[in-house]
Each structure stands twice: as structure tokens, then as C-alpha cells.
Design a binder for this molecule. Structure first.
Ligand code: ADP
Ligand code: ADP
Ligand code: MG
Length: 460
């Protein structure tokens, strides 16, 4: 059934992105919003908007009954969940479907399987995709954790089966630390995710984070090449690239092949990402998790392939086949995305919501800015601090970094502090220019004082 009326159950820049993709497909858009988001850009751009609850996410963007009721009331025939919030909630998928609407994403069963990080590891192994050495399934209690760790060797990562957003991951260097940490981690996971389940993986030292974008229609699946997201702070990505400069063609082909094998094995429908850690020395890669939704960094893939991933998700959800075959997915040039957050990088990334006073958005060939700002906009303090993303595309990685610097210098978000100074400093760092970094590189670099008011020419 082709989708005619799409309900957007999210906010911020991704809501704007979805509204525009739907409009381009001739679909009527209905934007959900909280009481704090009445002035949001997606509310203004959508054909209709409806308030679903109070400011707190629990009352609005995470409120399944309120969202389903609002979608039903506005006669939506489909719901797009964006990322974060309910995008990986099988309960939300079931509620949407029980109300007779389409969920734009995989089935509830696929989310149950791939959204649980332990079950996803098992599915990956069954499809012949290498996973990080670790526990067979969940570990119950400190004694069982120690047994696994002794087998695989320290340091180990203790991870929440239901974790996400860089949360629910701890490192144990030795047995004493593991014994102390395991019960705490279980309690925290229970509190944060409503599921205290833990598993253990060997901590890979200095890995690169490489992920593969896939698209599936339930029958066929294709990959849209890889992204590298090794520049991370607190296990959250801050700077992302397509492709991964550290991969040779043989490794790239094998990585992408494995991702398609797994997508086909679970008859995947929609856009999804398989995340891996890559050991540069041994050239081994290990699956870590699958994200069964559109990702924040999807635009870099769109830049190098020319594919509109959000439009493709919507088409496939409406029952169409994939519009491209594997050999129609090119890999042109190099793209970089940086996340612009309302945080002060010179003050320990303290959130800095406020009123936008003076906004200049860079433009130009190969420059794309996905955001939800406007001059005079009051950024609400209740949600994630992501304001938008600056994405650049050029023939080579070097040229992309140069273009990124120009775009960041042109970007002005007056009235608030943002992560722009961090990205400018990164663009100038010799290690970043040389591609000589890994997931554990950025934090020590920051701790060593590489980002100071002097190095950035003062605050913006
Ligand atoms: P991506 O790989 O797309 O960058 P992230 O893991 O950074 O995905 O998550 C995307 C967004 O959703 C971020 O803004 C993050 O804060 C939020 N998010 C992700 N997982 C969770 C979660 N389990 N609970 C709440 N927010 C989450
Ligand atoms: P999330 O669901 O929060 O995104 P992931 O399992 O994708 O969690 O891991 C997030 C990040 O944590 C990875 O990109 C990597 O930097 C680090 N990490 C996760 N597992 C390991 C591991 N086994 N060894 C080393 N680093 C890891
Ligand atoms: Mg992840």
C-alpha cells in the first residue's frame, strides 16, 4: 500500500529531513510535537502538526499511546520514527501496526532480534559474520562474568544488551575491577533501559569504528558502502566519513559482503547499519551491533552514492521493491559530516541551550547542512543537544577537509556555544589530516589540552 499520509514521531533536524523527503514523494506530512516544540522548524514545514504531550520526552516523543492516538486521529497511514526515541522499540512497531498503520522500518520481530545486542551477535555469527570474542549470550552474575573474561582475556567490555547512544558500556582491566563493576552495570542498565541484561566482549585496543549502510525490501538487500566514525567522545560519534580511508579494496569488499549476508539472513526491510570494529594491525573486523533505523550520519553515504536513504525507506515501507540494484550504487569521492551540538567544547562540553541570535548557514557546491535552526529560535533545554550537521563532499579526503574548514568558518550560530571550535581544531590536527586515529584517540587528545580558547582563536 503506497503511503499517502506520513506521521513523524520525532523532532529536531531528522524531523525536518523526513518532512522534506516525504514532500518530495508527494506525501502529506503530519508532524508530532511536544508542548516545548511548537516553534520547531518541522512543525512549520509539515502540512499539519499535532501536540502529543508535555515537554519531557517521556510524556511526548516516548509516549506510545499518545503518539499512536495522534497518528490515528490525523488519519495517518504510516509512522516514521526517525532515530533515537522510539525508533528501535518493537513495542512501538506493534502498537502502530495494531492501529492499522505502517511502521517505516523493519518488523517488530526483526527489531526484537537485532535491537537486542546479544541476539544480534548470535544472528551475526549464524550468518558467518565475525563478532568480537565474548560471552555466549548474556552473563548472569559476577562469577559467570569472571569465567568468560578469564577465557577471552582482559581488558574486557561489560555491555548492556539493551544499550545505545554510547551508554551502558564499561571497561574492566582485571578480575577485581570486573567483580566490582558487573553488579553496578546490571543495576544501571536496569534503570536506564529497563533491562539489566549484560554481556561481555574483549576490549579491542585502538580499533577503528567502521559501519556498513544497508537497505532491504524484505527480499533483496544491498549495501551502500561503509562509513568511518572513529572520532568519538564518550563512545559517541562526533565526526563521520564516507568512505573509510584505512580500508583496502579487499577488506572493503569483504566487510560490505558480510553486511549484505546478514541483512539477507534476517530478510531485512528498511535502512539499517551494521557496526564493526576494525583492527588495523591484523586487518580483522568484528561485528558489534546493528542499528535498525536511519542514523545521524546517513548523509555522508547519500553524498557519495547519490541515493536518498530516507526516501528509499519510505518507498520500501509502502511495499515497493528497492529502486536500485547493487551495481547501481556508486562510490564517488569522499564525504565528511560533523555534529553541531549546543555544547561548549571549551567548558567540558557543557550543554548550552539558548536563543539563536544571528544565524548564517553555509552554502555551496558539495556543502549540505541538515539542521532545524532559525534566527530567534529558542533551543529547548529538554532534549539531545544536536542542532544539526555540516556535511561536505569533494573528490578527495584532503579536499573534503579543506571544504569542511571553509564551511565551518562560514557557519554562525550566534547566541549559543557550539561544537564548531572542536571541529575546526580537528580539521587542523595533523593526525586527522593523515587519517591516523582510532576510537580512543580523541579523548586523550582533548585531555592533553589540544583544544583551548587560544587554539581556536577564542570562543565564537
Ligand atoms: P547514530 O549511530 O545514528 O549516531 P546514536 O547511537 O548516536 O546513533 O544515537 C542517535 C541519537 O539517538 C542520539 O541523539 C542519541 O543521543 C539518541 N539515542 C540513541 N540511543 C538511545 C537510547 N537508547 N536512549 C535514548 N537516546 C538514544
Ligand atoms: P552503542 O549501542 O552505544 O552505539 P556500540 O556497541 O555500538 O554501542 O559501541 C559504541 C562504541 O564503543 C564503539 O564505537 C567503540 O568505540 C566502543 N566499543 C564498543 N565495543 C567495544 C569493544 N569490544 N572494544 C573496544 N571498543 C568498543
Ligand atoms: Mg553503536
Amino acid at each position: 500500500m503506497a503511503i499517502r499520509r506520513l506521521f513523524i514521531a520525532n523532532r529536531g533536524e531528522i524531523a525536518v529531513r523526513i518532512v522534506r523527503a516525504a514532500r518530495a514523494l508527494g506525501i502529506h506530512t503530519i508532524q508530532a510535537h511536544s508542548e516545548a516544540d511548537t516553534e520547531m522548524l518541522a512543525v512549520r514545514e509539515a502540512d499539519e502538526a499535532i501536540c502529543v504531550g508535555k515537554a519531557s520526552a517521556a510524556d511526548s516523543y516516548l509516549n506510545i499511546p499518545a503518539l499512536v492516538e495522534a497518528a490515528r486521529k490525523t488519519e495517518a497511514d504510516a509512522v516514521h520514527p526517525g532515530y533515537g526515541f522510539l525508533s528501535e522499540s518493537a513495542a512501538f512497531v506493534r502498537a502502530v501496526e495494531e492501529a492499522g498503520m505502517i511502521f517505516v522500518g523493519p518488523s517488530a520481530d526483526t527489531i526484537d532480534r537485532m535491537g537486542d545486542k546479544v541476539a544480534a551477535r548470535e544472528a551475526a555469527e549464524a550468518a558467518g559474520v565475525p563478532v568480537v570474542p565474548g560471552s555466549d549470550g548474556r552473563v548472569e552474575g559476577a562469577a559467570a562474568a569472571v569465567e568468560v573474561a578469564t577465557r577471552i582475556g582482559y581488558p574486557v567490555m561489560v555491555k548492556a544488551a539493551a544499550g545505545g547512544g554510547g551508554r551502558g558500556i564499561r571497561v574492566a582491566q582485571d578480575e577485581a575491577e570486573l567483580r566490582k563493576l558487573a553488579p553496578q552495570a546490571a543495576q544501571e542498565a536496569e534503570a536506564a533501559f529497563g533491562d539489566g541484561g549484560l554481556y561481555i566482549e574483549r576490549a579491542i585496543l585502538s580499533p577503528r569504528h567502521i559501519e556498513v549502510q544497508i537497505l532491504g525490501d524484505g527480499t533483496d538487500a544491498v549495501h551502500c558502502w561503509e562509513r568511518e566514525c572513529s572520532l568519538q567522545r564518550r563512545r559517541q560519534k562526533v565526526w563521520e566519513e564516507a568512505g573509510a580511508a584505512c580500508l583496502d579494496e579487499a577488506a572493503r569488499a569483504e566487510l560490505c559482503r558480510s553486511a549484505v549476508a546478514l541483512a539477507k539472513a534476517v530478510q531485512y526491510r528498511g535502512a539499517g547499519t551494521l557496526e564493526y570494529l576494525y583492527d588495523q594491525k591484523t586487518k580483522e573486523f568484528f561485528f558489534i551491533e546493528m542499528n535498525t533505523r536511519i542514523q545521524v550520519e546517513h548523509p555522508v553515504t547519500e553524498m557519495i552514492t547519490g541515493i536518498d536513504l530516507v526516501a528509499e525507506m519510505i518507498r520500501v515501507a509502502g511495499g515497493e521493491k528497492l529502486s536500485v540494484t547493487q551495481d547501481q550504487i556508486p562510490r564517488n569521492g569522499h564525504a565528511i559530516e560533523v555534529r553541531i551540538n549546543a555544547e561548549d567544547p571549551l567548558n567540558n562540553f557543557m550543554p548550552f541551550p539558548g536563543k539563536v541570535d544571528g544565524l548564517t548557514i553555509p552554502e555551496g557546491e558539495g556543502v549540505r547542512v541538515d539542521h532545524f535552526l532559525s534566527d530567534g529560535y529558542q533551543i529547548p533545554p529538554f532534549y539531545d543537544s544536536l542542532l544539526g550537521k555540516v556535511i561536505v563532499h569533494a573528490k578527495t579526503r584532503d579536499a573534503a577537509i579543506d571544504k569542511l574548514k571553509q564551511a565551518l568558518e562560514a557557519l554562525k550560530v550566534g547566541g549559543v556555544r557550539t561544537t564548531v571550535p572542536l571541529h575546526l581544531a580537528l580539521a587542523d590536527a595533523p593526525e586527522v589530516r593523515a587519517g591516523d586515529f582510532h576510537t580512543q584517540w580523541l579523548e586523550p587528545w582533548l585531555a592533553a589540552g589540544n583544544l583551548t580558547a587560544d587554539s581556536t582563536g577564542g570562543t565564537q
